[in-house]
Write a protein that binds this ligand. Structure first.
Ligand code: ADP
Length: 497
């Protein structure tokens, strides 16, 4: 009997591998960072081969660390940074361009062009998304334009496109499988989330040939087999989901109305809406949560681009703190921000504003303002941005959302979690499982090969969550929130061409 499931968590800054035991506990973790490429300000690219090599290294590393026989691993699950686009040559398996990363703004002009053709409504109706450089399709268009002859080669079926899951699946299976799964497909801007098929109208508008697209499959089930040359024996790859979708699953948000927020580089709040795709009236995205056994479930999503990255900026950009965790003591050393608000619109604003021209702002500075006030304002900005999204979720769903399940690196900050509860006027419940995203991918893979029977088998894993209860009075809460909204207005529509 096999004992483990391996999750591969291919993130924006590092590739991780985690081995889970049958009771859901973690046997070992291995992790490698890989280079970020910034060819021009606002552009972010990854080398797909550096992604593959770091991910393979982590997979090998975790087996070595845990001293596990490969034959003890029942399956591999993949979860990944979403939207990031790779185009490669089918014959050689070589990428024809660097991967264009989700954060990259390099396709803003292509988005302007799509908007000018009046496609906003069609995009929303068909894909649940809106026109923004964030999603994959304009990145594919960019690559096909940037590389000589690529359009013709794509039309002849010589090139393949894939999100990172698809790229890793292709590499692990020795080029045998060119497929993806629905949650990843639902982030591309060319996938019809109601018909569950690539959308011909949008493919036509973007001149993306169907011949280059992967086959789209359920999130749980065998996609292919990792060849023995990689890990020493064959292992089925049996579950895939985009990182935020895997976290939703890992958090056990498998019923309509349950929501989680992950505090990483950005913040991503997803609420399960069951078999119904809600159309948001205020800037949330409709997205496929996952598909299991042919049953598609949907989620509403608020995507915040800068959250923990604001703390990285305090550390690396202006040197106010030495380590991310130091932000907590610094924030606690002052009673409040002294009226300072920091809007971290470093790459524009995502949900619910979707303002590509917004830029960061610090307002309310006086002669009494200190480093600690600014650090505290940066942490508080993460909570305020989350409140902006929660307001939309409440309006769109008609649900109160009185509990928010949380995870991610910055969720380890107790000050931030308490302030989050205070500013939402809702309970915040921090998962005791540190690797919720990886757990979600492991569960999908484990269920895909029958290692676990269903999600319910590990339902008790949420026990022991840490609760943060709101303590701030309603009046004070609303005064603070109104000031935040004013600060956001100051940051908007700042950048000029
Ligand atoms: P990702 O998966 O996006 O790389 P993680 O979940 O690993 O992100 O979280 C890392 C992020 O969390 C970083 O942006 C870091 O600045 C932030 N972070 C980590 N620890 C803390 C902390 N104690 N307080 C605030 N932010 C933190």
């Amino acid at each position: 009997m096999t004992r483990f499931v391996m999750a591969l968590d291919q993130g924006t800054t590092s590739s991780r591998a985690i081995l889970f035991e049958r009771d859901g506990s973690i046997a070992a973790v291995d992790n490698y960072e890989f280079p970020q490429h910034f060819p021009t300000p606002g552009w972010v690219e990854h080398d797909p081969l550096e992604i593959w090599e770091s991910q393979l290294r982590a997979a090998r590393g975790v087996l070595a660390k845990a001293r596990v026989e490969v034959s003890d691993v029942a399956a591999i699950g993949i979860t990944n940074q979403r939207e990031t686009a790779v185009v490669w040559d089918r014959a050689s398996g070589e990428p024809i361009h660097r991967a264009i990363v989700w954060q990259s703004r390099q396709t803003a002009a292509i988005c302007d062009e799509l908007r000018s053709r009046g496609l906003e409504d069609e995009v929303r109706k068909r894909t649940g998304l809106l026109i923004d450089a964030y999603f994959s399709a304009t990145k594919v268009r960019f690559i096909l334009d940037a590389v000589d002859g690529a359009q013709q080669r794509a039309e002849r079926g010589e090139l393949a496109f894939g999100t990172i899951d698809s790229w890793l699946l292709y590499k692990f299976t020795g080029g045998r499988v060119h497929a993806t799964e629905v949650s990843n497909a639902s982030r591309t801007l060319i996938y019809n989330i109601h018909e569950c098929d690539w959308d011909d109208l949008l493919l036509g508008e973007l001149r993306i040939p169907r011949a280059m697209l992967p086959e789209v499959r359920d999130s749980s089930g065998i996609f292919g087999v990792a060849e023995s040359e990689w890990l020493g024996a064959e292992i089925p790859i049996a579950g895939i989901a985009g990182d935020q979708h895997a976290a939703l699953y890992g958090q056990g948000c498998t019923k309509p109305g349950l929501a989680k927020n992950t505090y990483g580089t950005g913040c991503f709040l997803l609420m399960n809406t069951g078999e119904e795709a809600h159309v948001s009236s205020c800037g949330l995205l409709s997205t496929i949560a996952w598909s299991i056994g042919g049953r598609v479930e949907y989620a509403l999503e608020g995507s915040i681009f800068i959250a923990g990255a604001a703390i990285q900026w305090l550390r690396d950009g202006i040197g106010l703190i030495e380590h991310a965790r130091d932000s907590e003591a610094s924030a606690r050393s002052v009673a409040d921000t002294g009226g300072v608000f920091l809007v971290p619109a470093f790459v524009g604003l995502g949900a619910p504003y979707w303002d590509e021209r917004a830029r960061g702002a610090i307002v309310g500075i006086t002669r009494g303002t200190t480093r600690n006030h600014i650090v505290r304002a940066a942490l508080e900005s993460i909570a305020y941005q989350t409140r902006d999204v929660v307001e939309c979720v409440r309006a769109d769903s008609g649900l109160e959302l009185d509990v928010l399940r949380v995870d991610g690196g910055a969720a380890q900050n107790d000050f931030l979690m308490q302030f989050q509860a205070d500013i939402l006027g809702a309970r915040v419940e921090r998962s005791p499982v540190l690797e919720v995203t990886a757990l979600g991918a492991a569960l999908l893979a484990g269920i895909g090969v029958g290692f676990w029977s269903d999600r319910a088998e590990l339902e008790s894993m949420g026990d022991g969550a840490q609760l943060f209860e709101p303590m701030l009075g309603a009046e004070r809460r609303e005064v603070l929130y109104a000031s935040w909204k004013r600060a956001v207005e100051r940051s908007r529509n700042w950048e000029r061409d």
